[in-house]
Write a protein that binds this ligand. Structure first.
Ligand code: GDP
Ligand code: MN
Length: 385
């Protein structure tokens, strides 16, 4: 789960990292009020889960509350690479002398956190990595020992961090490592890591991503999720407790068990189609869960056909059939559905479907045959397999 800059900074502060004082605002009036309370010059910063806000016009300095209000009016509603700005962070403006870069990333291949430090901050770090790789110092940290002070110093020397601020940068790296571990982060990035003209070291920006599987240990962070910013289908799935991943094809997929759903995606591809989603109703699905899952798939208007691929183990095919019948009674389903039912109680399930005489449901015997049918229906032709 990705956090907004202001949320990341709140976590930073809990671990002792120096950040500017600030306030959240949702309207120009709130931005004006925040600027008044903070006093002096402020920065009005768009809060979106996307970098490059500065270049997109999402970050502006304001000298007084009236100006903060005007800048807020400009920024709210701005589309930053597909993310619409609904929330602002108003913070005390900082004077900039130097901009460094620091990040901690979880390197899955090495199974260790990877630190990256550079004096070339503020800009695209990918560009630094590509054009002047010698200016990007990197170091793996053994998670058993954690980051030790001498290692952080070594990294600072490797990156040629200026001597006047070296100790403070080292201290901040240790605090950020502490935040990374204690909050179960997958990524912590500070760009720019700011050096002010009087030698103060500050995290001027924050990218903070927390491992979804650890959120149960951090209810406070889980609460930070902005449901408005989520994809509507994924939000629905989250509420209904269904495993759902949105993809960009036309054939809606529903299966039981992750392995079966994965191979269903493959056969759709094999039949020349593109899956619209991954949806796993899990073992022992009930009719209500089937209805809820169908609702999620149908709320995606790119879906042209749906492939139900069920292998009944714990799941009884009769429950699935009942779910389909109920869903078609309750929902206005225009999209054709291809069903492949096999395993526990499949004969009874298939009989239920046949008896219900549903006009837009086709039953197929094999997985590949069903996939071909679903792909053909999605493109408005007839199956060739
Ligand atoms: P990003 O563009 O999404 O990475 O947003 P940042 O928070 O990193 O801000 C982008 C740039 O805006 C920074 O690199 C700074 O140059 C500038 N900036 C941000 N905050 C301040 C501030 O308090 N004072 C000044 N002078 N510039 C700022
Ligand atoms: Mn930044």
């Amino acid at each position: 789960m990705d956090l907004y800059e202001h949320q990341g900074k709140e976590l930073f502060a809990r671990h002792g990292v120096n950040v500017s004082a600030g306030k959240v605002a949702y309207t120009p009036e709130e931005a004006e009020q925040a600027a008044k309370e903070l006093g002096g010059q402020v920065v009005v910063k768009a809060q979106v889960l996307m970098g490059g806000r500065g270049k997109a016009g999402g970050i502006k300095l304001a000298n007084d509350p009236a100006e903060a209000k005007a800048k807020a009016e400009d920024i709210i509603g701005l589309d930053i690479k597909g993310h619409v700005v609904r929330r602002l962070w108003i913070e005390d403006a900082s004077d900039i002398d130097r901009e460094y870069y620091f990040s901690i990333n979880f390197d899955r291949t090495a199974k260790m956190p990877l630190l990256m430090l550079s004096t070339e901050g503020g800009m695209d770090i990918e560009e630094v990595a590509e054009k002047t790789p010698e200016k990007l110092a990197t170091m793996h940290v053994d998670p058993v020992w954690g980051l030790r002070a001498f290692e952080a110093r070594q990294l600072a020397f490797q990156a040629n961090i200026d001597a006047d601020v070296r100790n403070k940068v080292v201290a901040m790296m240790l605090q950020l490592y502490d935040a990374f571990v204690k909050e179960d982060a997958m990524l912590v990035e500070v760009n720019p890591l700011l050096i002010t003209p009087d030698g103060e070291v500050k995290a001027l920006d924050s990218k903070f991503s927390v491992d979804d599987n650890a959120l149960f240990r951090h209810p406070y962070i889980a609460e930070m999720r902005d449901v408005q910013a989520q994809d509507p289908q994924e939000q629905m799935a989250h509420e209904k407790g269904v495993t759902y991943v949105k993809l960009d094809g036309e054939v809606g997929i529903l299966g039981n068990g992750a392995g079966l759903v994965m191979s269903t995606l493959d056969v759709i591809q094999q039949a020349g189609g593109r899956p619209a989603n991954f949806l796993d109703v899990g073992g022992g699905a009930t009719a209500e869960e089937i209805v809820a899952s169908l609702e999620i798939i149908l709320s995606d208007d790119k879906v042209r056909s749906i492939f139900f691929n069920i292998f009944g183990g714990i799941t009884r095919c009769t429950e699935v059939a009942q779910g389909i019948i109920t869903a078609l009674e309750q929902l206005d389903v225009q999209v054709p559905i291809v069903v492949r039912l096999d395993g526990t109680a499949s004969e009874e399930g298939l009989k239920m479907l046949a008896d219900a005489n549903l006009s837009n449901v086709t039953v197929a015997d094999t997985m590949l045959g069903a996939a071909a049918e679903a792909v053909a229906l999605a493109s408005g032709t007839t199956a060739t397999v």
